[in-house]
Design a protein around this ligand. Structure first.
Ligand code: TRP
Length: 328
C-alpha cells in the first residue's frame, strides 16, 4: 500500500465522456489505472464539464457517452468497490474551487499552455470560449480538490499538470501551505497506432473499440495499411514503419522476433500477418469483452451516485481549507 506520513497516497485521473473506449485507452490509461488502484486511494473522473468546453453545442451526447465509458472502465478492471468513480458535475466543490483559484491565475499563464492554440487550430475558433480557456485550471481543480499526489496521464497532458503545479505553488506561497502539488505519471507504453497508422483516436475513425465484436476487429485489422513498398508476398517489408507490427507488440509480444524476421525477409505476407494480429487482439480483448457483456448498464448510475457522494465529502474539506486560507 502506498502510504506517506500515515496517509494513503492518492491518484486521480479522468477522461472526457466521448463514448466507447478503444485499445489505445486500454493499454495507455486503463491498465495503469488498475495497477495504481491496488496501491493508492484512486479517484476516477467522468469529466463531463471538460467535455462541454468543446461539445457545448451537443450536450445531449454527453450523458449516454458517460455510461458507455464507465462500462468500459469496469470491464477493463477498474473496481467500483475499491476506487471512487465520480462525475465532475456532481461534485460542485470542483466548480467552486475553480472560481476561487481563478483569482490568482494570470491570463498569460493560460495563454501559454500549448493545447490552447493547438485546439483552436484543430477544432476552429468557435471553441475559444471562456470555459475552454480555463480548461487546464478546471483540470487542476479536479486534482487539487482531492489533494491527489499522482496523476496518470498521457504525454499530451503534461503541460496541463505543469501549469497546475505552478498555480498550487502560487497559492501556497500567497496564503500558506494548503494545496498539494501533483506529479504526472506517464504510461510506459508507446503511442498505439490506429488502423490507418495515425494515433488511434475516435475522431480519426481508426480505432479498434473494446466493445467491438471479434468479427468487427478482424475486419478492421484486414483493412489496415502496411508498408506501402511491400506489395507482393516475397517483397521484403519494413516492420519499424508498419502499424500492424506496432500492434503485434501488444498482442503477440512473444512472437515478435519471428514476425520481424518473416516480414523483413519477405517470407511472411501481410495477409497472414494481419490474421495473426486479429487473432492476438481478439485473444487479448476477450476477457475484457466478456466482463463487459456481464455488466448491467442500469447499475452504472448507482456506481456514479455513490462515488460522487464520497468525492463530495473529500472535496468539501479542501474547499473549506481554501476558503479559510483566503479569509472568506
Ligand atoms: N484533460 C484530460 C484529457 O483530455 C481529461 C481530464 C480531465 C483529466 N480532468 C482530469 C486527466 C484530471 C487527469 C486529471 O485526457
Amino acid at each position: 500500500m502506498a502510504v506517506q506520513d500515515g496517509r494513503r497516497l492518492r491518484i486521480m485521473s479522468g477522461m472526457r465522456p466521448t463514448g466507447r473506449l478503444h485499445l489505445g485507452h486500454l493499454v495507455g490509461a486503463l491498465t495503469q489505472w488498475v495497477a495504481f488502484s491496488r496501491e493508492y486511494d484512486a479517484f476516477f473522473e467522468i469529466a463531463d464539464l471538460h467535455a462541454l468546453t468543446t461539445a457545448y453545442e451537443h450536450p445531449e451526447a454527453v450523458g449516454p457517452a458517460r455510461d458507455e465509458m464507465v462500462i468500459d472502465w469496469i470491464a477493463a478492471g477498474v473496481d467500483p468497490a475499491q476506487t471512487t468513480i465520480f462525475q465532475q458535475s456532481l461534485v460542485p466543490q470542483i466548480s467552486e474551487l475553480l472560481v476561487l483559484l481563478s483569482m490568482i491565475v494570470p491570463v498569460s499563464w493560460l495563454q501559454r499552455v500549448p493545447t490552447y492554440k493547438d485546439q483552436i487550430a484543430a477544432l476552429g475558433p468557435h471553441v475559444a470560449t471562456y470555459g475552454f480557456f480555463g480548461y487546464p485550471l478546471l483540470q487542476l481543480c479536479d486534482i487539487a480538490v482531492f489533494r491527489a499526489d499522482t496523476v496518470p496521464v498521457g504525454r499530451d497532458q503534461v503541460s496541463h499538470l505543469e501549469f497546475g503545479r505552478e498555480v498550487v505553488r502560487r497559492f501556497n506561497h500567497l496564503y500558506g501551505p494548503t494545496l498539494v502539488e501533483a506529479q504526472p505519471t506517464l504510461s510506459e507504453f508507446p503511442e498505439v497506432p490506429g488502423i490507418d497508422g495515425r494515433k488511434m483516436s475516435k475522431s480519426y475513425n481508426n480505432a479498434i473499440d473494446i466493445a467491438d465484436d471479434e468479427a468487427a476487429t478482424t475486419k478492421k485489422v484486414r483493412s489496415m495499411i502496411t508498408d506501402p513498398q511491400k506489395i507482393h508476398r516475397g517483397d521484403p517489408g519494413r516492420p519499424e514503419i508498419c502499424p500492424v507490427f506496432a500492434l503485434h507488440h501488444l498482442a503477440n509480444a512473444e512472437r515478435l522476433p519471428e514476425i520481424e524476421r518473416g516480414c523483413k525477409s519477405g517470407a511472411l505476407g501481410c495477409v497472414p500477418c494481419k490474421m495473426e494480429l486479429a487473432d492476438g487482439l481478439n485473444r487479448m480483448l476477450r476477457p475484457v469483452r466478456d466482463r463487459r457483456a456481464e455488466i448491467d448498464p442500469a447499475s452504472v448510475a448507482a456506481v456514479v451516485e455513490e462515488g460522487s457522494a464520497r468525492a463530495r465529502g473529500i472535496a468539501e474539506a479542501t474547499v473549506r481549507d481554501v476558503k479559510r486560507a483566503l479569509k472568506l
